[in-house]
Design a protein around this ligand. Structure first.
Ligand SMILES: Nc1nc2c(c(=O)[nH]1)N[C@H]1C(S)=C(S)[C@@H](COP(=O)(O)O)O[C@H]1N2
Ligand SMILES: [Mo]
Length: 396
């Protein structure tokens, strides 16, 4: 089927929406449950938070594998007017601002003029895990599934910028995508970061995700990849790159995606933040994909516990697993290393010895010696959740 046809009547596109509802969790709290599994164009089985703009989360059980298939990859847009068809014959990437020559490049030119590169990298929303903070900050209450790992193929941002020629006095580069705000009052999603970071070999403009054109919902036809940094900077459907000689000032840079600029990156709920900073690098994290929360086993069963781990690019050294509330830890087996920015699979077999409720915990340690904490300090945006992951199982 033509990709264009997929998007005809997006609203009618066979959304298989179930009903959400309030349920009691294992701590006896009433929480909103999102069993809504939905099929959007090029997507399948994702948890639905909104249709306009599409906000779709990958269910936890799919993080038992290092590579997240495109159709299971989460989706987040800020603005509801999103690109649903791009004609590559007329599409151009514009590079302007403080450069020697303003250039417009077609997809063919991008693919032939510059050297292609491929690597695995984790894309994670800075609000991933927001649902685990207490009290719950405002924003989408993502559980663990606002992240995924893919093989990205494209060209170095550095090469494209050097082609246009960065002029002296440049300090930042701003990126704009094809998405638009439905009302003129809503600020367009444009973000910038320092020139030095843009010249880093690892930052690329990708046209493929897992060996296929990037799905529309994940930023067709071209997307910025900033491995090790949170998704906020990974601009989708990039169409304009502007080199700046002064910092970009807009809603997205000044108000959104800020953290308390102190040692713990945290404040007490309700406390005012004195100094703020931009969110950049990810922290070390592992999550348990399987078994499922509240799964039931019998005494003597051998249970396979599995998941993924990652960090900002130092690489994963160990994943430790506990079934006694964190008193003792066992080293899990690690899957193949797919590159320093990739998910690393891990698994371990544990034997259930006594009946009761058991808390299973996972804790990743990276090659720089950082590890997941028992507790994450609170911040008003609910960003950077990376506490030791826990699930509960019952043994009969
Ligand atoms: N053009 C554009 N790019 C964007 C955004 C956006 O709203 N518009 N959101 C960012 C944020 S905050 C996230 S979490 C990721 C989501 O990427 P995905 O939809 O491919 O999972 O895209 C980033 N890039
Ligand atoms: Mo995000």
């Amino acid at each position: 089927m033509n990709r264009r046809d997929f998007f005809k009547g997006l609203a009618l596109s066979g959304l298989s929406v179930g009903l959400g509802g309030y349920i009691s969790n294992s701590n006896g709290q009433t929480v909103y449950n999102y069993p809504l599994r939905t099929n959007f164009p090029e997507k399948k089985n994702l948890i639905l938070y909104s249709e306009r703009p599409p906000l779709l989360e990958t269910p936890r059980e799919f993080f038992d594998r290092a590579i997240t298939p495109n159709e299971l990859f989460f989706v987040r847009w800020h603005l509801s007017d999103i690109p649903t068809f791009v004609d590559l014959k007329s599409w151009r990437l514009k590079i302007n601002g403080n450069v020697n020559k303003h250039v417009e490049l077609s997809m063919d030119e991008l693919k032939t003029k510059f050297e292609p590169v491929s690597f695995y990298a984790v894309l994670q929303c800075s609000g991933n895990g927001r649902n685990f903070f207490n009290p719950k900050p405002k924003g989408i209450h993502w559980n663990h599934g606002a992240m995924g790992n893919a093989l990205w193929t494209g060209i170095r941002l550095k090469d494209v910028l050097e082609y246009a020629g960065i002029r002296t006095g440049s300090i930042e580069v701003a990126f704009n995508g094809l998405d638009k705000a439905p009302y003129p009052e809503t600020p367009d999603y444009i973000r910038s970061f320092p020139v030095e970071k843009c010249l880093d070999e690892s930052v690329i403009l990708a046209y493929e995700m897992n060996g296929e054109p990037i799905p529309y919902l994940n930023g067709f036809p071209l997307r910025l990849i900033v491995p090790g940094w949170y998704a906020t900077h990974w601009i989708k459907s990039v169409s304009e790159i502007t080199v700046l000689d002064k910092p970009l000032k807009n809603f997205w840079m000044e108000k959104a995606y800020k953290l308390p600029d102190n040692e713990c990156e945290c404040v007490k709920p309700g406390e005012k933040i004195k100094k703020k900073k931009v969110i950049t690098t990810m922290n070390v994290k592992s999550i348990i994909a399987k078994p499922k929360e509240n799964a039931v086993f019998r005494v003597g069963d051998t249970v396979k516990v599995s998941g993924v781990a990652f960090d900002y690019g130092s690489g994963i050294k160990d994943v430790l697993v506990s079934i006694d509330g964190g008193k003792s830890w066992k080293r899990a087996n690690l899957g193949p290393e797919l590159g320093r920015y990739s998910f690393r699979e891990w698994f371990i077999f544990v034997k259930t010895e006594t009946p009761g409720n058991i808390t299973v915990m996972s804790r990743a340690v990276n090659k720089d010696g950082h590890m997941q904490p028992f507790k994450v300090g609170w911040n008003p945006g609910g960003y950077k959740w990376n506490a030791i992951d826990t699930i509960n199982i019952t043994v009969l």
